[in-house]
Design a protein around this ligand. Sequence first.
Ligand code: ATP
Length: 247
Amino acid sequence: MIRADSLSKHYGAIKAVDGISFGIEPGEVVGLLGPNGAGKTTTMRMCAGYLAPTSGSVKVHGFDLATHTLAARKTFGYLPEGAPLWGEMTPRAFLDFIADIRGLRGAARAARIGEVAELLQLHSVFDQRIETLSKGFRRRVGLAQAILHDPQALLLDEPTDGLDPNQKHEVRELIRGMSGDKIVVISTHILEEVEAVCSRAIIIAAGRIVADDTPAALAARSPSGRLDHVFRSVTTGQERGAVGEER
Ligand code: ATP
């Protein structure tokens, strides 16, 4: 499971994340929602061990990210925002490299790379330098590296950003197919995506959790039954407080 306790990240006077706590169990597909600047990416980066919190802690499958970073990272795959990749590599070389890092060996390794390339339809660009790929294909390569070792948990920062409608559909299917005994956390602006794939939505605004429930239960809070109306009502008027400021 993933457990965040009183997690905060401050940048000078900006409280990017302001004391949030949550637990995510196997089988859950959680959508991290919030307006621009709410703190989604900062939260994802701390949960992935790529950013040290100012205070608080994250444990992934029992491993504290601050003290057992590598052991924790082995258990999950992470798609960062924008998916920074080595531009001079081809997807083939890049996935080969990731397979090395993830300790995949022998026949299983080649089979898994082929399977993931097939799943994300990478074959047409497999030998093209990543820096020459379109945004959507780069995103797919990023997704491929995140799922390559078939991790127990997946942290995906805006996974369908830049994808065409067909690929959006494919990636949502992939996420649905991954759930079961796994954890999937996606950060997104797309409410339909949350309704389509998530079993739970955590809405954050100004670095704090303002709602945490199933998408259906959240939508039912509005007389219209619409998640976008609830999203608007729980996130408007939420201004980011400075460090030390009373709120
Ligand atoms: P978006 O939906 O626009 O991607 P987000 O919810 O992912 O936004 P974050 O990127 O986590 O939000 O940013 C939260 C806040 O922290 C914002 O006010 C942002 O400007 C600030 N912030 C993030 N990174 C830094 C940094 N390195 N230095 C200073 N401020 C930062």
